[in-house]
Ligand binder design. Structure first.
Ligand code: ADQ
Length: 457
């Protein structure tokens, strides 16, 4: 079995199973693959230094070898906070209005990708397979090729790929896409992204597109396909059996008393559709005022990317909206919205999801959205809650038995909340069984195995 080298912007240092706060699904899946294949996980340490030293920190934790480098402050500003999070992230989430194009960002992005290639290159042995993750590292494969690397190199994008007519707003878009064609395999979350990517290659590059999604351009062929990411299902359920999960569920149930709980769990990010969701909740309370007393909307949204101004703005907007909805409708003993700006462990989230009658997942655009899958997996099979899901989440291609909505429509979202809350038990069970079967079988191990198998083929 050839060795696997995983590369991502940040590296998650493996923890013991069941450790407090435990790992996210991606870390669990990649960790087990790396253990099995004696591989290495390479990326940025998260540390900022005065000047770039190129020092490689190698560690072994719980059977996984990690190799990290520090970046200098200018790298972090231009590559991470700049090109990755202020140019590509908004553009790829269809927010062309928020995308910022500064030539310094593009230069920093190329510089850091070169640094990654220079530090990683010497670690790669001839038989290794290399798997690069996400929008921070699109040019890395091409940089490795330029160093003479002939290994199988694959790339997986965790976020959506935008339609051609949006992507062309990015200066040097051809350069970005042609560097991507240096990989052997490109994976996206859903078929929509695959179609957009192939459409771009056909129309902008006049590349040849095969029936199986192989792009041939400039004498090279690269396979393009959808690999929808899944949940670390068994691990997540195991965490749900813990005292921590039970306590979190109990706390939610006793504090909400007999009210129906609607839960939202997101990183605080404009792609998640939070202001629109708050407006839809406001609309629901306006349309059904008699239900205010019987309903509790809990939104968990820890701040992320706080160095970027758009993220500070959305935080202010949400505080205002939550304050307004509560101000107009609170009683001495009831508050309709609990808006919480901190994160919870995966076990606690399991308990919180399980106590909720409705899971409200309404991103304006999302690569996949694992919260939707976690909400379903955490339900009591004898009395499951209902998932209300944006049609613009990658997960919607798989989760057709959720109540699918257009998150831009307050009306539609508000009516879906009503339908979910009133849904009879047999319909809830029938929908949940179908959703859960998909989530259980298309889990993160399958995703990882399918990608690695296709890369090796
Ligand atoms: P994210 O945008 O971070 O990831 P998502 O898939 O929703 O989005 O969440 C990833 C993980 O973060 C989940 O396990 C979730 O439980 C956790 N999380 C989210 N909000 C949290 C909160 N408030 N408190 C604690 N934990 C929280 C990107 C893409 C997604 C894609 C993933 C994986 O944007 O579309 O699904 O990568 O590929």
């Amino acid at each position: 079995m050839s060795r696997l080298i995983v590369v991502s912007n940040r590296v998650s240092i493996p923890k013991a199973r069941g450790a407090a706060g435990s790992q996210g699904g991606l870390a669990v899946a990649l960790g087990s693959a790396l253990r099995e294949r004696r591989g290495i996980w390479f990326g940025w340490s998260g540390n900022e230094t005065g000047t770039f030293s190129g020092h490689l920190d190698m560690q072994k934790n719980h059977g996984v070898t990690t190799a990290t480098i520090d970046l200098e402050q200018q790298d972090v500003d231009e590559y991470y906070n700049g090109y990755a999070n202020r140019t590509l992230w908004p553009l790829f989430h269809y927010r062309i209005d928020l995308a910022e194009y500064e030539s310094g960002f593009g230069k920093g992005y190329e510089r850091v990708n070169q640094r990654f290639a220079d530090s990683l290159g010497p670690l790669i042995e001839p038989e290794d397979m290399v798997w690069v993750h996400d929008y921070h590292l699109i040019p890395l494969g091409e940089r490795l090729r330029a160093r003479g690397n002939k290994n199988r190199i694959g790339f997986f994008l965790h976020i959506p790929w935008p339609p051609r007519n949006l992507l062309v707003a990015l200066p040097f878009h051809e350069r970005l896409v042609t560097t991507m064609l240096a990989y052997d395999l490109i994976g996206f979350q859903d078929e929509e992204s695959v179609d957009s990517f192939l459409g771009y290659c056909r129309k902008e590059l006049q590349a040849d597109i095969g029936d199986d999604g192989t792009v041939t351009y400039d004498g090279r062929s690269v396979k393009v396909a959808a690999f929808p990411i899944g949940l670390d299902y068994e691990d997540f359920l195991e965490g749900g059996q813990s005292g921590e999960a039970r306590q979190a569920e109990q706390r939610m149930r006793s504090s909400s008393r007999h009210r129906k709980v609607i839960i939202g769990v997101d990183r605080l990010d404009y792609s998640k559709g939070l202001p629109e969701r708050f407006d839809a909740i406001g609309r629901y309370f306006d349309t059904y005022p008699e239900r205010v007393k019987e309903t509790l909307y809990v939104q968990i949204a820890p701040p992320s990317r706080t160095d970027v101004a758009t993220y500070q703005r959305i935080r202010n907007t949400l505080e205002q909206k939550a304050g307004q909805i509560n101000g107009e409708r609170s009683e001495v003993d009831t508050v309709p919205i609990r808006y919480v700006n901190r994160g919870y462990s995966r076990a606690e989230l399991f308990g919180i999801y399980r106590s909720a009658h409705v899971g409200l997942v309404t991103p304006l655009r999302d690569g996949m959205n694992l919260v939707a899958k976690e909400y379903v997996a955490a339900q009591d099979p004898e009395d499951p809650g209902v998932l209300v899901l944006s049609r613009f989440a990658g997960a919607a291609e798989q989760l057709k038995d959720a109540l699918l909505i257009n998150p831009y429509s307050m009306e539609e979202t508000s009516e879906a909340i009503r339908t979910a809350i009133d849904m009879p038990l047999d319909e809830r069970k029938a929908r949940w069984e179908k959703l859960n079967a998909v989530i259980k079988s298309a889990n993160v191990e399958k995703w990882r195995a399918n990608f690695v198998e296709a890369l090796g083929a």
